[in-house]
Design a protein around this ligand. Structure first.
Ligand code: FE
Length: 354
């Protein structure tokens, strides 16, 4: 029995070898005709599909490069790239917040974006000093206040939130959120660590409640009378204001947005952005996709879809945002926020920002 099996296997092996021999020339032919192989790009996105899919589809139609999209939480994608190592299929990493992009860079997960046409399209403040990440849209972290608030004229700068006038009136999410970490990092960039610590310490004393929930939950808390001031990203306010959900619209309608630090450094600005993963197998396709995302039409669509501001000069802001007029932004410190992130995290911990 054993012998028979061996015999069959041997015969099978012989047939396989003959087959391989027969088809060998065909295989090498298809390898040499590389331009017939379908071009593709694997995109890891921390942004939701609906915020990028239509743009990726246009790119596919224009270039014939097939886009494979994987969406997940940004931090999970960072972990995934880290564990995949050299075998990672990721060719482009899209996420939000400069702090997170810089973290991916410091973990050695990104590589240089080697394209002058990309670099020349962007204002310098929105390009990493080593060109490992770039911004693709801008968002402002600011405050939304109750329309009933009588003393709103006393609130001009983020630093004003440290005054005891606001005791028990501020709502904000927790310190483990990257948006807050980058906001505090921007304070450190502007004032140094010591001054920032004493300011943030006072602001924390003014919190209305233990930080919990996302940015939208802070706006809802104002409508419920739990606080007067919510620290949020501007687009969440617009999202709620234009929501299909009547409850959310009602809540947002009881509030208004204020842009801070307009007479000095400008409002805190952050980005959604991207980088090319270290082990990208389709680097040139990634360069093509990035270039496409920086074209005026794509910029305007991408920014408008999440009520954000385009980064490329010449791309127009949406009608909704243009109603706010021109807003002064604190752009010059953006590149430093990644380096200052650990300092911000420790500082928030020291002052008891939960
Ligand atoms: Fe967000």
């Amino acid at each position: 029995m054993q012998n028979t099996l061996f015999f069959i296997n041997y015969k099978a092996l012989q047939s396989i070898l003959i087959l391989i021999f027969m088809f060998a020339p065909v295989n090498s032919y298809s390898h040499s005709a590389k331009n017939h192989v379908e071009e593709e790009i694997n995109v890891y996105s921390g942004r939701k599909g609906k915020l990028i899919e239509p743009m990726l589809e246009k790119f596919e139609n224009k270039t014939g490069i097939k886009v494979n999209l994987i969406t997940a939480k940004s931090d999970a994608l960072i972990k995934r790239m880290e564990s995949e190592g050299e075998s990672s299929p990721a060719d482009l990493f899209i996420t939000v917040d400069v702090g997170r992009l810089d973290r991916a860079k410091k973990m050695g997960l990104l590589q240089k974006i080697n394209s002058f046409s990309i670099i020349n399209k962007l204002p310098q403040n929105y390009i990493d000093k080593d060109r490992e990440w770039i911004g693709i849209s801008k968002r402002i972290r600011t405050v939304v206040i109750s329309k009933k608030m009588k003393d709103k004229n006393d609130l001009k700068n983020f630093e004003d939130l440290a005054n005891n006038q606001w005791t028990g009136r501020i709502c904000v999410r927790s310190s483990n959120n990257i948006y807050n970490q980058s906001l505090v990092a921007s304070m450190i960039a502007n004032h140094g660590e010591q001054k920032t610590e004493s300011t943030i310490k006072e602001i924390v004393k003014n919190f209305a409640r233990k930080p919990s929930g996302n940015d939208r939950a802070q706006i809802t808390a104002i409508s419920k009378g739990e606080c007067d001031i919510a620290i949020v990203n501007h687009y969440y306010y617009l999202l709620m204001l234009n929501s299909k959900d009547e409850e959310k619209r009602k809540a947002a309608n009881q509030t208004e947005v204020i842009f801070l630090n307009q007479d000095n450094r400008g409002a805190h600005v952050n980005i959604s952005g991207l980088g090319i993963p270290k082990h990208a197998k389709n680097y040139e396709n990634a360069i093509q996709l990035i270039s496409f995302m920086l074209e005026i039409e794509a910029q305007e669509w991408y920014a408008k879809t999440n009520n954000e501001f385009p980064v490329v000069n010449g791309a127009k802001v949406s009608k909704l945002l243009s109603e706010w007029g021109s807003i002064k932004l604190d752009e010059s410190t953006l590149k430093k926020l990644g380096d200052l992130n650990p300092n911000a995290v420790k500082l928030m911990d020291r002052v008891g920002w939960q």
